[in-house]
Design a protein around this ligand. Structure first.
Ligand SMILES: C[S@@+](CC[C@H](N)C(=O)[O-])C[C@H]1O[C@@H](n2cnc3c(N)ncnc32)[C@H](O)[C@@H]1O
Length: 151
């Protein structure tokens, strides 16, 4: 369970998970199922803290910035089925990455992440942001928000 990350990494806080060599941690379409009572930011930071230095985190996350009404309907639909969906703004998503080195183009829309066929995707209805981060050293994440320049 994402909400019990220590069972996922089978380690103690501050210990590296699985290996001493850098690895990639992929959290695609997962973060928006964790809300504040689940300690969403703490869950992600504990997983990242267990990564060996030089590892990468790639994360995609639903955002409601561009279609607020549709997003509200979708969240309500999930709730009616007994599931939670917590979309987040760019600043809220960026907060997951405090203390990590942002890889360009940053916390950007998923279809703008180094696209090789941008003309085939619409820029009018984005619903998700994607990011890649590098863990530099053994610093712990502080969960303070950090703005990013790219859209
Ligand atoms: C949209 S799918 C994405 C799956 C996969 N990451 C991918 O990109 O194909 C979301 C996944 O999150 C899982 N999930 C939702 N809440 C979770 C939680 N609290 N802990 C672990 N997994 C969870 C769901 O079971 C589902 O498999």
């Amino acid at each position: 369970m994402m909400t019990a990350p220590y069972s996922a990494v089978a380690g103690l806080p501050g210990e590296s998970m699985w290996t001493v060599r850098p690895i990639g941690l992929l959290l695609f379409a997962i973060g928006h199922f964790l809300d504040e009572p689940d300690d969403a930011y703490g869950v992600v930071s504990r997983l990242v803290d267990a990564l060996p230095s030089g590892s990468y985190l790639a994360m995609s996350h639903l955002t409601g910035e561009f279609q607020p009404e549709e997003t509200k309907k979708t969240e309500a639909m999930y709730k009616a089925q007994g599931m939670k969906l917590r979309t987040r703004s760019k600043d809220e998503i960026t907060r997951f990455f405090d203390g990590l080195e942002l890889v360009e183009p940053g916390v950007t829309l998923t279809h703008r992440w180094r696209p090789d066929a941008l003309d085939r995707v619409s820029s009018e209805e984005p619903g998700e942001r994607a990011s890649v981060l590098r863990r530099r050293g053994s610093q712990a994440l502080s969960h303070r928000g950090r703005p990013s320049a790219s859209r």
